[in-house]
Design a protein around this ligand. Structure first.
Ligand code: ATP
Ligand code: MG
Length: 392
């Protein structure tokens, strides 16, 4: 609130007679004492978007008409975006997207938000507005729907996913009973959401510091039945969280899938990128086993074959493999695999004709080189190549 860009923004709005309040995530996190620097800043305003754009223009502040129909203007102040949204009320809901009307009633705007602690507002001098006692719920870790949970989910079924996502980030057990029951009653409607939306919510849930309970509750409510039938419990996720050196939501997703999960099918359903689906496929592969107990030489071979990051992924996920996984992980994070010092050209130089045999020979030298723990230099590899050529 003290930042010069924020002051400039509020001054611009106030000069034009527009009342503005921070709302949503930035207030919620500020109240909790959590970081707000990397979070999007939402501001609610009591005048229509055209008025807001005029006010910003009058103060020479840049604005983008992000979604005028929905009341949203993005102000760019000192390079930083602020989403300014006119107070709204729902006119019509269809289970996902609402038709809204602008209003100047702060309470109406608050009433269409999802959870009590997401309807916290603060004005520029720090005065807090908390129409549904969201602060108490936040302190207690209670994710509580504003109004009747079933009604609110019928208006927008995405709220089922948001319920568990916010529980993962802000909740403390026990989970709010009426909210959970309503989610369970409405879980059957989630199939008609879009794969992109579901994936975004799921990965954000998995990014929470300790999301296992929230995911398990989600499964219990039946909220994973349609989108993630491969779900197989959170035991491996818990173990993974105890080991991981870097948080990665896709790796966490891999940890809750049953053996034999078809990464391609899952990727299509959840609209993963090709790269994400490929990565998932390698993470889920059980073969070849990593041989964690095999020590440094086996680790190096594994890192060479899979690449540093995928080897680390597999290592973190293979929570039942015996062996010193910490040392193996440290190696995966620090060791750069060398390149095989000979290539097809060297075989041709020995008088071989281009063809399959060249590839097979180089592969054989590669296996020998890896088996020797990468210690053979170019001269030694060439000598071995020559020996192979002669002996065949
Ligand atoms: P974060 O940005 O960390 O996800 P946030 O609270 O800012 O948290 P957004 O999805 O950015 O979440 O939404 C901003 C605010 O808009 C929310 O705090 C909430 O008040 C309201 N909101 C967003 N989505 C919905 C929804 N589906 N139903 C009701 N209110 C919603
Ligand atoms: Mg937000």
């Amino acid at each position: 609130m003290d930042a010069p860009d924020v002051r400039a923004l509020f001054q611009s709005l106030n000069q034009a007679g527009i009342a503005a309040r921070f709302v949503g995530g930035c207030v919620r996190n500020a109240v909790l004492g959590r970081a707000v620097d990397d979070i999007d800043v939402d501001v609610a305003v009591d005048k229509p978007p055209e008025t807001v754009m005029r006010a910003l223009a009058a103060s020479r502040l840049k604005s983008v008409p992000t979604g005028l129909k929905h009341g949203t203007v993005t102000a760019i102040v000192a390079g930083r975006p602020f989403e300014l949204t006119t107070l709204r009320r729902d006119v019509e809901t269809d289970g996902r997207r609402a038709v809204v009307a602008f209003t100047d009633d702060w309470l109406e705007d608050a009433g269409r938000r999802d959870f009590t602690f997401n309807a916290l507002y603060a004005d520029a001098d720090g005065t807090l507005y908390d129409p549904f006692d969201g602060r108490s719920d936040l302190a207690a870790g209670r994710v509580r729907f504003i109004g009747d949970a079933d009604t609110r989910i019928t208006e927008d079924r995405l709220r089922v996913l948001r319920f568990f996502r916010f529980y993962a980030w802000y909740g403390k057990p026990p989970l709010d009973g009426p909210g959970f029951d309503a989610c369970r009653r409405n879980a059957g409607a989630l199939g008609s959401l879009s794969g992109e939306r579901v994936t975004k919510e799921l990965l954000r849930l998995l990014e929470a510091p300790a999301p296992a309970d929230a995911l398990a509750a989600m499964a219990e409510a039946g909220a994973l039945d349609h989108w993630l039938p491969e779900y197989d419990g959170v035991a491996c996720l818990r173990a993974l969280i105890g080991r991981e050196d870097r948080l990665d939501p896709l790796r966490r997703l891999a940890s809750v899938l049953e053996a034999g999960t078809d990464a391609t099918a899952l990727g299509k359903r959840l609209k993963l990128s090709t790269q994400q689906a490929l990565r998932l496929d390698v993470m889920l592969a059980r073969e070849p086993a990593l041989d964690v107990a095999g020590g440094t030489k086996a680790w190096r071979a594994g890192i060479y074959h899979l690449g540093n990051n995928l080897y680390a992924d597999r290592l973190l996920l293979d929570v039942d493999e015996p062996g010193d996984w910490r040392a193996a992980l440290a190696l995966a994070r620090s060791w750069t695999p060398p390149e095989l010092p000979v290539s097809g050209g060297d075989a041709l130089a020995l008088g071989l004709a281009p063809g399959q045999r060249v590839g097979a020979l180089i592969a054989a030298v590669g296996r020998w080189w890896i088996d020797g723990d990468f210690s053979a230099d170019r001269a030694a590899c060439l000598a071995h190549l020559e020996q192979l050529v002669r002996s065949r």
